[in-house]
Design a protein around this ligand. Structure first.
Ligand code: 8YV
Length: 328
């Protein structure tokens, strides 16, 4: 493919520095407003582009890929998770998919810790008292949460982000446990002082906090289903900065309402913005609008990764962050 003036279509507004660099390098179509593209607009973009740069808000499924134009050769996702893209079908149609791993690891791990602290130490309740101006002063028994140090943290998915969570959590005195498709190398386990659980059922039933850090794939959909959630201690807290689909949100909501789980900190939801309204009514639940990786630095580095993937592809090489179906 010729290097110059590749037609690149970006579906959402990106940081200005990223858009500027893209304009220098490619024949790029940028958005002037920042609403998700309609399905029709997305289909049209896929007809016209050499390279599409979508985000999590664009569902690129088999039917959309079937409408792609002959020029479309690369989908350079602005994001690490690629569950918005049917990677298998793209591959079959000769369209490569790349993503942006690594650059949002630390930010997402920070947010995981923030949710663990917020949910166990009742930070939103304190915040709401201060914001409403109803604070009546300190009291020995007011707003007592649980001590974080000494608790058992079970990390579900021990990839880059899971390990970054483990490093932070150790500094807070948490005991690190994990379940993963593959066991970590012994030296990494030693460094993290992490205990491996081959059985997810056994791990969830013994933890004080569960953190979801695995990607959403067909095999992780509802990994925390009603049966597994019911194995958890009623004093346990669950946090999720990965993908909502890993947890059965309705079952989680019912159990939180019934006091069968002590609390939750959620940054992601099973049905996107269509959050179970009952979750919003619960004091023991901290809800964030998918902002785990939302730092200025992170977004710029994601943009740089997208550019490197496109540029490397344009130069006739394999994009460094190529996603192949067997990785999923
Ligand atoms: C991104 C994310 O901001 O990269 C991911 O997988 O979950 C987010 O934090 C989003 O996906 C951008 O498309």
């Amino acid at each position: 493919m010729p290097n110059e003036r590749l037609n690149v279509i970006v579906t959402r507004r990106l940081p200005e520095v990223v858009e500027t660099r893209m304009m220098e390098l490619f024949d790029v179509s940028l958005r002037s407003d920042d609403t998700p593209m309609t399905r029709e607009a997305l289909a049209d973009a896929m007809q016209r582009a050499d390279v599409l740069v979508p985000t999590i808000t664009d569902l690129i499924d088999a039917s959309l890929l079937a409408q792609a134009g002959p020029k479309l050769k690369l989908i350079a996702n602005f994001g690490a998770g690629v569950d918005n893209i049917d990677v298998q079908t793209a591959r079959q149609r000769g369209v490569l998919v790349s993503n942006t791993p690594g650059v949002l690891t630390e930010d997402t791990a920070d947010m995981t810790m923030a949710l663990i602290l917020a949910a166990t130490r009742r930070i939103p309740e304190g915040l709401s008292i201060m914001q409403s101006g109803t604070w009546e002063g300190w009291a020995p028994t007011a707003l007592l949460g649980g001590r974080v140090g000494g608790r058992r943290l079970g990390i579900l998915g021990m990839g880059r982000i899971g390990q970054a969570v483990a490093r932070r959590a150790r500094a807070f005195g948490l005991q690190i446990h994990y379940h993963n498709r593959r066991r970590l190398r012994p030296e990494v386990e030693d460094e993290l002082e992490a205990t491996y659980w081959e059985s997810l059922d056994q791990m969830v039933s013994r933890m004080d906090i569960i953190s979801v850090n695995c990607p959403h794939t067909p095999s992780t959909f509802h990994l925390l289903n009603v049966r597994r959630l019911q194995l958890m201690k009623s004093s346990a807290v669950i946090v999720n900065t990965s993908r909502g689909e890993v947890i059965d949100e309705n079952a989680l909501t019912r159990m939180l309402r019934a006091g069968q789980l002590a609390g939750a900190g959620l940054d992601v939801y099973e049905r996107g913005t269509d959050v179970n309204p009952r979750l919003r009514e619960l004091k023991n639940v901290v809800l964030l609008p998918h902002m785990g990786s939302a730092t200025v630095e992170g977004r710029c580095e994601m943009g740089e990764k997208v550019i490197i993937n496109i540029k490397t592809f344009a130069d006739g090489h394999r994009p460094p962050d190529l996603v192949v179906p067997s990785m999923l």
